[in-house]
Design a protein around this ligand. Sequence first.
Ligand code: NCD
Length: 305
Amino acid sequence: MTHKHFIQIEGHTQEQLMGLIEKADKIITSNHYQSQQLDTLKNKTVINLFFEPSTRTRASFELAAKRLAATVLNLDIATSATKKGESFHDTISTLLAMHADVLVIRHAENNKAELVVKDFGDQVSVINAGDGTHAHPTQAMLDMLTIYQHKKSFKHLSVAIIGDVLHSRVAQSDIAALKVLGVKDIRLVGPKTLLPHEVSEQGVEIHHDLRTGLNDVDVVMMLRIQKERMQQGLIPDEKDYFAQYGLTLEKLGLAKPDAIVMHPGPMNRDLEIESAVADGKQSVILQQVRNGVAMRMAILDYICN
Ligand code: NCD
């Protein structure tokens, strides 16, 4: 049997991504995400292997697998300097000796999930739950589902992605997914130190001014500011950052009146987003969390069946 994997958005077609979005949307509309009415993973074992702390992604994968009637094992393995190389490989082979159908992997280093596919991909399916600054494809897919539910089509959308684009695996995967789905106006907004220096791709633009970045957009995607970037001198202090790039109700007024506001969580209130926006009527942040379970159910089902 050949095993399917979900490692990054790149390489998937528009039809494949739309197929997952439609499947997940159906799971939501029939309320299957909140009960164990589907059993398409019965007799399958899913191991959630988290080498980096995570609350929502881990919980989301666990619930998704359980709601499809899988046997689920959750392992939180703190990374330490000594737990690298061989020991990573050994951890995986040990787990596979007990048999697993799907490994869901979160790791602080880039390309770890891909490495597992390379070494073990003929024995087990692998899903990337976030690797380093490289990719977070299931987050991107739940984001796409959320956009689809509000906007119905990707064709004529303008999307602003605001904050630390350079170090964000969420941003990398969101940009890739938006492009596959045909979005032609993607704006990356933030200070010079947190954005790529240039983009050669068509339809992707760099904005250092939040106001032009937000002008008339349909979707505002906020990213978490990692505080260690401040210590590294990549961002001014919190007050300055908030003044320039924090999303306030007033600035949100520059976007289209029906624009939606997204954030992958965890949020830093009053650093990248003010509470009036995070909890306001244009926010779809909790809907993203709900969609996460349904989208991961759709992806697990696609991988296993
Ligand atoms: C993100 C992550 O861990 O990549 N969170 C998440 O999965 N919902 C975003 C972040 O930590 O900034």
